[in-house]
Design a protein around this ligand. Structure first.
Ligand SMILES: [Zn+2]
Length: 241
């Protein structure tokens, strides 16, 4: 079977642009899956090295702080591996080079599911224009998943081909999966608070609860995260579902 009976994959890779992206968006799902035994790897394209207003810090210093914050957040969530690809923050592009780096990580960790953002998300609501790095990371992620990672003749020196079964696109416009995060929303908030350099004096708890409550309302869930799940190959024996 692909996913187990709770619909939770055995392994998952979270591919995002910056430290804190996953905590804002998908961390309730990450914590829930980790609790169920899912092996979770983060791959972050940048270390957020432009993400500070503080004067006098070098980019390397900012990156080091943010990587440490991300490690702390992953400990809270139970995500065991983190890979930092080290691209510069603010200028990420969905290049072939980035696609290839992601293919290498997908072939290395062989995740059953990949969680990423929506590369087509540009205008969200009427107050937020999506960060170009978020779109670039998501575009490179889906392009790495399919078909690149599964092609034996593409970049064979970067590992054995691997077919990802599920892509969970966070906050996509045509969602089809609502993950109940009622039991892990507090973990999500604690994980997000680990990104101290980004939070300043602001506490994200209320905003996170409001988002998750709004998302869950449609399905009668106290708190939820929403995805468009793409199933790239039906798990064996799942034809009747
Ligand atoms: Zn971000």
């Amino acid at each position: 079977m692909g996913a187990n009976q709770n619909g939770i994959p055995k392994s998952a890779m979270v591919i995002m642009a910056h430290p804190d992206d996953a905590e804002f968006t998908v961390a309730g799902t990450v914590a829930k899956w980790a609790q169920a035994g899912c092996e979770i790897t983060y791959v972050l394209c940048t270390s957020g090295n432009a993400g500070t207003q503080e004067p006098g810090m070098t980019r390397d210093q900012v990156a080091a702080v943010r990587e440490e914050e991300q490690r702390a957040a992953c400990r809270v969530l139970g995500a065991k591996q983190i890979v930092f690809l080290g691209h510069d923050d603010g200028i990420l592009q969905p290049t072939l080079e980035l696609r290839r780096e992601l293919v290498r990580q997908i072939r290395r960790f062989k995740p059953e599911a990949v969680i990423t953002g929506d590369p087509t998300a540009l205008f969200e609501g009427d107050e937020y224009i999506n960060h170009p790095d978020h779109r670039a990371a998501a575009q490179a992620a889906v392009d790495a998943v399919t078909p690149a990672a599964a092609l034996p003749r593409l970049w064979p020196e970067d590992g054995e081909p691997h077919r990802v079964r599920y892509v969970y696109v966070s906050n996509a416009h045509k969602p089809n999966v609502w993950v109940d995060i009622t039991n892990t929303i507090e973990q999500k908030i604690v994980a997000l608070r680990q990104h101290k350099s980004q939070m300043g004096d602001w506490d994200p708890a209320e905003m996170i609860r409001n988002w998750a409550a709004e998302t869950g309302k449609e399905k009668g869930l106290a708190y939820a995260e929403v995805f468009r799940r793409m199933t790239l190959e039906p798990p064996p024996g799942a034809e009747s579902q």
